[in-house]
Design a protein around this ligand. Structure first.
Ligand SMILES: Nc1ncnc2c1ncn2[C@@H]1O[C@H](COP(=O)(O)OP(=O)(O)OP(=O)(O)O)[C@@H](O)[C@H]1O
Length: 212
């Protein structure tokens, strides 16, 4: 079964920029999207996260036709992790635990899952710190942990390693590569070499049009 199947999707903020995806068909796994600044990469991810909705001829997710009625449900199984970290004014633990709390997992399950993913991203020692007491590189990894912790069907990563030093970059790449064995990932990056290290296929966006 295809993960995403898109034919003729268009989305416009205004008359100045239009994203037009003629065809996008991907199966389970990890794919990359690159392209110049302003080409529409973030806009495309937000459409794939069902947070923005345009018009389409065909838009299917895991075999299901996307419809207005299904959007709320689909938004709960796909996560978008933005380029710039956005955290609640709470502890690192509470930030990562949030998606699990709203899904009503038990305290015990929450603790186990948060600690496990924190270890994988080397943030286990800062779980009790407040969001405003951590570095930018740590905040980025906390957002990534929060995106993956509830095991969504797809994680959409927008520039997951921009602004990170080499050590942090390596940590995130290793995590993404390992996790892609069981979670579907779409990663946007300006770093083409990084995409070729991580991804099975890489798409190229230019002026709102997708090439591969
Ligand atoms: N909320 C918005 N309202 C109007 N126009 C927008 C909005 N967000 C983005 N745009 C415009 O849409 C176009 C695509 O933006 P987008 O952020 O998707 O590009 P990008 O490829 O992700 O860029 P970058 O690599 O710089 O992050 C740009 O011309 C941008 O100015």
């Amino acid at each position: 079964m295809m993960l995403y199947e898109i034919d003729g999707l268009s989305f416009s903020y205004d008359s100045k920029f239009t994203l037009y995806i003629e065809k996008f068909e991907i199966e389970n796994g990890i794919v990359g999207i690159t392209g110049p600044s302003g080409s529409g990469k973030t806009t495309f991810l937000l459409n794939l996260a069902f947070l923005y909705t345009g018009r389409w001829k065909i838009f299917r997710f895991m075999g299901e036709d996307v419809s207005n009625e299904g959007l709320q449900r689909l938004r709960k199984i796909v996560t978008y992790v933005p380029q710039h970290p956005v955290l609640f004014r709470k502890s690192v633990f509470d930030n990562i635990a949030y998606p699990l709390k709203i899904r009503q997992l038990s305290d015990e399950q929450i603790k186990e899952k948060v600690c496990k993913i924190a270890e994988q991203l080397f943030i286990q020692d800062i779980l009790e710190k407040k969001a405003w007491q951590i570095s930018g590189g740590q905040a980025k990894r906390v957002c990534i942990a929060r995106g993956f912790v509830f095991e969504p069907k797809v994680v959409l990563l927008d520039e997951p390693t921009s602004d990170l030093d080499d050590t942090n970059k390596q940590m995130v790449e290793n995590f993404v590569l390992k996790t892609s064995e069981k979670t579907n990932i779409i990663v946007v990056s300006h770093d083409k070499e990084q995409l070729s290290r991580l991804c099975e296929r890489v798409f190229f966006l230019e002026n709102g049009r997708l090439y591969f």
